[in-house]
Ligand binder design. Structure first.
Ligand SMILES: Nc1nc2c(ncn2[C@@H]2O[C@H](COP(=O)(O)OP(=O)(O)O)[C@@H](O)[C@H]2O)c(=O)[nH]1
Ligand SMILES: [Mg+2]
Length: 466
């Protein structure tokens, strides 16, 4: 209850009244919040969702989530856990709580998980009628690679082909593309349709993209379902590849490939935007910035390019060209550097600033005026401690943890994060040495198992728990 003094303070009374009206207005809307979690492969989506649910079940270790801080949060339960498209929380949770714990296996498709959160409202009016309120939180995990397909919506098969062929000439990619390009020289697009020949050359194209994605670690790899097929694994829809220019005559190899490209564009890309993306309320994009710094300037540039493509998705529908029909309704968007436990906390401000610089140009665009964009650094599962060591009379902040596939703990100095966008000459050899850590076992009801997961939650859902 507000204290006596607050009744005597007119500003405070007004503030409380606004708060009350805000809560009541919110309660008139539906109590279902769709929070999408995305990021490129291995950016940390699975671990993020698993840790999030682990903590939300009883609200432990989340002091920065206001409802928890105010002791109004009561807990969460998973709804309809056994539906086939569900995020396999139990399995991933079992991985992280096993002795010894292991990182969950990679996933490549859209999966959802529904939680029902219970909390006590702070509304004076609602407290009289229904003091315990519920919010259904739907978490949607989907590969960020799918967002990179957005430009295909505006492209013809000829245009897609020209762009992809030019990209395959890039010095970083040329070698990986060799087998496919060679097969393409022996492939006649104007010949009568031959499904075997089409399948052969398309498969080499797919292998080229897989090499770019898995071995070279590049993220601009289109079409996204070739590397992250999800439910399209093995489907004929994926049997096409870019072709050199030429006229499309019916009954030819080219005609069949062009038709499949169009089907991909309409039934895969457009459908994803219509059925999923345009229905999300909030979105977190996880970025494994440390890995891209580790991999060098070409990868860093690729990540930057990728982020600006991803940003375009959120402005999607604001141009007349694509129509406003399924413009996203997202009102809060969080870009988060994941795995921040790879570096000491004194590096976190620079890490955050670096990501801010990377997304800033796109975030200033007009469509973003209705979206609150926030940038953060976090670790869903903290696997390290900080130790300070002396080196040449200087104090260094190092991290201590067990490296992946090693038995003992190691102390290492992972390198300094540049607070500015690094120039090519800044990449002196061995400047960044971020190593992968083994997971620490997720404990029930313990504090300090993550970094800023609660602050991320406060931004993403905190305003709905009032
Ligand atoms: N140290 C650390 N490593 C993490 C964290 N989150 C993810 N990782 C690492 O990143 C890998 C990929 O994470 P995952 O959640 O499977 O990525 P996804 O492909 O985006 O779902 C894991 O296997 C871990 O090695 C974290 O919070 N801290
Ligand atoms: Mg995953």
């Amino acid at each position: 209850m507000p204290s006596l003094t607050s009744y005597l303070n007119p500003m405070r009374v007004l503030g409380d009244a606004w708060d009350e009206i805000g809560i009541l207005a919110d309660r008139a809307l539906n109590r279902h919040l769709r929070l999408a979690v995305t990021g490129l492969s291995r950016s940390g989506k699975t671990v993020f969702i698993t840790s999030l649910v682990h903590h939300l079940v009883d609200g432990h270790g989340l002091p920065f989530l206001e409802a928890v801080h105010d002791q109004r949060y009561l807990g969460a339960r998973i709804v309809d856990e056994d539906r086939p498209d569900r995020f396999p929380y139990r399995r991933f949770h079992a991985d992280l709580t096993a002795k010894p714990p292991r990182w969950p296996k990679a996933t490549d498709r859209l999966a959802t998980l529904e939680l029902e959160l219970a909390y006590r409202t702070r509304s004076l009016v609602l407290r009289q009628v229904q003091p315990i309120q519920h919010l259904t939180l739907e978490l949607i995990d989907y590969p960020g690679e799918w967002l990179l397909d957005l430009p295909l919506l505006e492209q013809s098969f000829a245009r897609f082909s020209a762009d992809a062929l030019a990209l395959a000439e890039d010095p970083v990619r040329r070698e990986a593309a060799r087998d496919w390009l060679e097969a393409l020289r022996g492939f006649d697009p104007e010949a009568p349709e031959d499904e075997n020949a089409i399948a052969g050359v398309s498969e080499l194209f797919r292998r080229y993209l897989l090499r770019c994605h898995n071995e070279l670690g590049l993220s601009r790899v289109q079409p996204g379902r070739f590397t992250n097929p999800g439910e399209l694994e093995g489907s004929a829809t994926l049997r096409f590849c870019p072709l050199p220019p030429g006229e499309t005559r019916p009954g030819t190899n080219r005609a069949r490939m062009a038709e499949r490209f169009e089907r991909y564009r309409e039934e895969v890309v457009r459908r994803f935007y219509e059925e999923h993306f345009s229905r999300f309320d909030r979105q977190i994009v996880l970025v494994d910035l440390l890995s891209s710094l580790n991999a060098g300037p070409a990868h860093f540039a690729d990540t930057q390019e990728t982020l600006s493509l991803i940003m375009k998705s959120f402005r999607y529908g604001s141009t007349g060209l694509l129509g406003r029909l399924f413009a996203p309704k997202i009102d809060r968007l969080l870009f988060a550097v994941s795995k921040a436990d790879h570096v000491a906390p004194n590096q976190h401000p620079a890490l955050k600033q670096l990501l801010e610089l990377m997304i800033q140009p796109a975030a200033r665009a007009p469509r973003f005026q209705g979206i609150t964009v926030e940038v953060m650094t976090l670790a869903s599962l903290r696997c390290t401690d900080v130790v300070r060591t002396e080196h040449d009379g200087q104090t260094l902040s190092c991290v201590r943890g067990r490296l992946k596939n090693e038995d003992r703990e190691t102390v290492l100095f992972p390198g300094e994060i540049p607070p500015e966008l690094p120039e090519p000459e800044d990449w002196t050899s061995g400047r960044f040495r971020f190593k992968e850590f083994a997971p620490r076992r997720l404990q029930p009801s313990a504090a300090g198992q993550h970094i800023r997961l609660d602050q991320a939650l406060q931004f993403l859902i905190g305003d709905k728990l009032v």
